[in-house]
Design a protein around this ligand. Structure first.
Ligand code: C2E
Ligand code: MN
Ligand code: MN
Length: 435
């Protein structure tokens, strides 16, 4: 199978014109043997390269290129099958964009494409990527990898708030059972009428080096997953259980004396199947002296879309009460943009499938950048979920994201707020010894 692969990277040093030509000649000789064709652009700092050839050969070459220490920030922009190669006249032609390559008019651009053997209006993806590059895209001011390459420090001892926990964990009463108003009807209480447990995961603000919010994730008494807890509840009681369990999340956050926002997850139907659902949340906040503006309800994009009218009503009521609204797992569903056209939440949480590998994936970068842009315009706070390593955080931070949730900073802690593993570079900032 023939494929086309495009990447961009940033050179560690400035190549002189002759050095670049030598590099081109060296790779052309190698590519000729392997029947690889393509184009290498260099602007004095960044490279963009198009490679076309047999999949296995191109992939192997890309793996070697990605490991080459002469450049960094290697980002895969495209890898797709093609019916035929487009650059057959070159076993990688090298173009030094410093050679007075002024492409500021479409006539010049067309002329330039023609000299390359590309048809400017043919619509090849490669041509468009090259055009984007020539017109200044794909040059992110991402700081050098070495700057952030240190891993987080090992966890520090639990903070004092965790010490309050046993009191909460040993609360004897069965919450639903003691509150008949909320309890399920006769015979349907079953095994679900217990106090709900939560794992708390910090969401960190890495410019201010603080925990900006804590998400309460439903757990069974032994730490079982939210799915298994909800599956054990009779179907007709799921929404009621989902809603009422939040009283325990609020109680827990209040008992831990958290001074940040508490995020809770709810199915949209949990909010609308009871007319007084929002009143219930408000009452629980008042009971525990939890300020309403420090409660945030997270609803997944998928669920919000499938229950659009219900979601619309729920958002109105939450807004009216002062409770914040977040769209969770943005980008995982199928209709996120049309949802956003209708409702603008306070916070948008980018799904981990978009975040993971963002530092090396052109499509993810382009998507995330546009999300950051429209959230900026609309006053929506962006949270990146599922940050598992320093590279993702580094790229996202450089792109302007400030709030992060992920194992790299802190895993969820059962009934407690676990300590955050701040990257060393931020610890230095926190103690005022410079960034
Ligand atoms: P979510 O709201 O998107 O919560 C984040 C999930 O990602 C959590 O899984 C968390 O443990 C996990 N996570 C956090 N950081 C990382 C990371 O760096 N890498 C990876 N791979 N995962 C990470 P969890 O606790 O299993 O929850 C799964 C989902 O269950 C939640 O996704 C949420 O949609 C739902 N859920 C949780 N609590 C409730 C609840 O009280 N009610 C309802 N209706 N749904 C809930
Ligand atoms: Mn969530
Ligand atoms: Mn999520």
């Amino acid at each position: 199978m023939l494929i086309q692969l495009i990447y961009r990277s940033r050179s560690h040093f400035t190549w002189k014109s002759q050095e670049l030509q030598a590099l081109g000649a060296e790779s052309a000789a190698r590519n000729q043997q392997q029947h690889i064709f393509g184009l290498l652009l260099y602007d004095g700092e960044y490279f963009m390269q198009v490679l076309e050839g047999e999949a296995a050969v191109v992939d192997a070459l890309y793996a070697r290129i990605a490991a080459d220490t002469r450049h960094t920030d290697v980002v895969l922009l495209l890898r797709d099958p093609i019916p035929q190669t487009h650059f057959n006249q070159w076993h990688v032609g090298t173009l030094d964009m410093r050679d007075g390559l002024l492409l500021n008019s479409s006539a010049r651009w067309r002329h330039w494409c023609a000299t390359l053997g590309m048809q400017a209006d043919q619509g090849h993806r490669a041509v468009r990527f090259v055009e984007a590059f020539v017109r200044g895209r794909w040059r992110d001011p991402v700081p050098a990898v070495a700057w952030f390459s240190d891993s987080p420090q090992p966890p520090t001892p639990p903070t004092s708030s965790a010490a309050v926990l046993p009191l909460v964990a040993q609360r004897p009463q069965d919450w639903l059972a003691t509150q008949p108003r909320w309890a399920a009807g006769p015979g349907s209480q079953g095994g679900h009428a217990h106090r709900a447990h939560f794992a708390l995961q910090p969401i960190v603000h890495t410019r201010d080096v603080r925990i900006s919010s804590v998400e309460a994730l439903l757990r069974g008494p032994q730490g079982e997953s939210p799915q298994s807890v909800l599956a054990a509840v009779p179907p007709e009681a799921v929404h009621r259980f989902d809603l009422y369990s939040k009283a325990d999340a609020i109680a827990l956050a209040a008992a831990l004396k958290l001074d940040c926002t508490l995020s809770v997850n709810l199915l949209p139907m949990s909010l609308v199947s009871h007319a007084d659902a929002v009143d219930f949340l408000v009452a629980q906040c008042q009971r525990h002296h939890w300020p309403l503006h420090r409660l945030m309800v997270e609803v997944t994009e998928e669920e919000a879309i499938t229950h659009i009218d219900a979601f619309r009503q729920a958002v109105q009521r939450l807004r009216a009460s002062g409770i914040q609204v977040a769209i969770d797992d943005f980008g995982a569903g199928h209709a996120g943009l049309s949802l956003l056209a209708e409702f603008q939440p306070d916070t948008l949480k980018l799904d981990k499938r978009i975040i993971q590998g963002v530092h090396a994936s052109g499509p993810r970068q382009a998507i995330v950048r546009s999300v950051i842009e429209f959230c900026f315009c609309l006053g929506i706070t962006v949270v990146a979920e599922g940050v598992e390593g320093p590279e993702e955080w580094q790229w996202l931070h450089a792109a302007g994201v400030r709030r992060f949730q992920g194992y790299w900073f802190a895993r969820p802690g059962f009934q407690c707020v676990p300590p955050v593993s701040w990257p060393t570079v931020l610890q230095a900032q926190a103690t005022g010894t410079g960034f």
